[in-house]
Design a protein around this ligand. Structure first.
Ligand SMILES: *[C@@H]1O[C@H](CO)[C@@H](O)[C@H](O)[C@H]1NC(C)=O
Ligand SMILES: *[C@@H]1O[C@H](CO)[C@@H](O)[C@H](O)[C@H]1NC(C)=O
Ligand SMILES: *[C@@H]1O[C@H](CO)[C@@H](O)[C@H](O)[C@H]1NC(C)=O
Length: 392
């Protein structure tokens, strides 16, 4: 029995094209796993959302040089199918949280519901479907407010935000509804995603089309575990599609990253990807197909009416983001998820933003993962973020 499982595991790893597919490390906490060993102070926190999820957060209160005083808090939010550990895969002198701590900020790391360190709930069990009954709409209404309120209550200060990928989508959606902005000092958005209709990642496009039809009936409301059997079967079908190269899964998912170190990618493969909910993947797929940034579509006018009192899901109107909110956007010319044409649509919806409150950086060679793991991200992106925060 054990042997058969192991063989199945190997086969699964093989066709995923992962050279160093390892079992997930034991959940000892992110501080112990990634921060303290590098010589930084780190504190673990639990934050409860209004709908009962218990999220883990980590705080790096100061840099290696120490220093006291009133440091400004920065909240760092990862993207979909990864967790807070994604920021720590590069050596410490190239990792954003450490760079911010050393630059004098009080650094907080968020971990979205369903990921390794945030798989608890006051009443629901992650092995049951009810635990996975959410999309990024709930990250807007529950996860982000919970983490913002917590950091604000601990520090008494307005917060600088850094988001990557889905961490930008949920922030933009929140700001458009006037959420969080009273506790927010500024926001840096890396690989911003809002509109997704030009997404060119082959795997993404096919997945988006497939999701809506089959996967909901195949999986129902459930965990979307990229390392699990159901997702494995689904990927196997996708990877058999002509033009999809699953040998280099990271490239198939994110575009041609220019600047990743092989040893960092190995760490990525060992530690990520992380679970999300199938319903969240469906919601993201809807954003790809429908070309609007809107709440989850229940699939029929009747169901939408039941949930929203309208036949179509309400949109997040990004033009309503307060025009004086300091924003820093950094996007890449090779990014297959955050396609430059979609970023163009986003910038278009921000065209009434106060000119001196919007900083835009374009990096021709960068794809999606370069922003978190690129060996040059420190010099190109993180230095610019620190300068942007210091200007506020
Ligand atoms: C999921 O939540 C919705 C309400 O948002 C509810 O109508 C539905 O029955 C729930 N489904 C499951 C499987 O818990
Ligand atoms: C890649 O990572 C290895 C191991 O951490 C390191 O020795 C090497 O210098 C790195 N290369 C670059 C270009 O940063
Ligand atoms: C979004 O809001 C802007 C102004 O805040 C308005 O002009 C525009 O019509 C809205 N768009 C939609 C699709 O409702």
């Amino acid at each position: 029995m054990a042997r058969r499982c192991f063989l199945g595991f190997l086969v699964f790893c093989f066709w995923l094209g992962l050279t160093s597919c390892a079992r997930s490390p034991p959940p000892t906490g992110l501080c112990a796993a990634s921060v303290t060993p590098q010589g930084y102070k780190c504190q673990e926190f639990e934050v409860k959302t209004q709908d009962g999820y218990i999220l883990s957060m980590q705080r790096i209160p100061k840099g290696r040089a120490g220093g006291g005083g009133n440091k400004q808090p920065v909240l760092i939010q990862h993207g979909v199918m990864v967790d807070g550990m994604t920021w720590f895969l590069n050596p410490p002198d190239q990792s954003l949280p450490f760079i911010l701590a050393d630059a004098g900020f009080d650094v907080w790391i968020a971990n979205t519901r369903g990921t390794r360190y945030s798989r608890r709930h006051t009443t629901l069990d992650p092995s049951k479907s009810e635990f996975w009954n959410w999309t990024w709409d709930e990250l807007v209404t529950s996860d982000l407010p919970a983490t913002f309120d917590f950091v604000f209550s601990q520090t008494g200060q307005k917060i600088h935000y850094v988001g990557h990928s889905m961490g930008t989508l949920i922030a933009l959606a929140s700001f458009s509804e006037g959420r969080l902005v009273d506790k927010l000092k500024s926001a840096a958005l890396l690989s911003p995603i809002a509109y997704l209709s030009h997404m060119t990642t082959a795997l993404g496009v096919v997945a988006a089309k497939a999701f809506v039809g089959e996967i909901t009936t195949l999986m129902g409301v459930a965990e979307f575990n990229p390392k699990g059997e159901a997702v494995g079967k689904f990927l196997k079908v996708l990877c058999a599609t002509p033009g999809i190269d699953c040998y280099d899964l990271l490239k198939s998912l994110t575009g041609k990253n220019c600047c990743l170190n092989v040893s960092t990618v190995d760490l990525f493969v060992k530690n990520e990807p992380q679970s999300t909910s199938t319903k969240n993947m469906v919601h993201l797929a809807q954003t790809v197909r429908e070309g609007v940034v809107a709440k989850y579509n229940y699939g029929s006018a009747d169901f939408n009416m039941m949930h929203y009192g309208e036949a179509s899901p309400p949109i997040y109107n990004l033009s309503n983001i307060p025009h004086n909110l300091p924003l820093f956007l950094s996007y890449g010319g090779q990014d297959a998820l955050s396609d430059p044409r979609d970023v163009g649509l986003l910038l278009d919806s921000l065209k009434l933003h106060d000119g001196d409150k919007l900083t835009v950086q374009f990096i021709k060679d960068y794809a999606h993962a370069d922003f978190i793991m690129g060996v040059t991200a420190k010099d190109i992106v993180y230095t610019a973020i620190v300068a942007f925060f210091n200007r506020q």
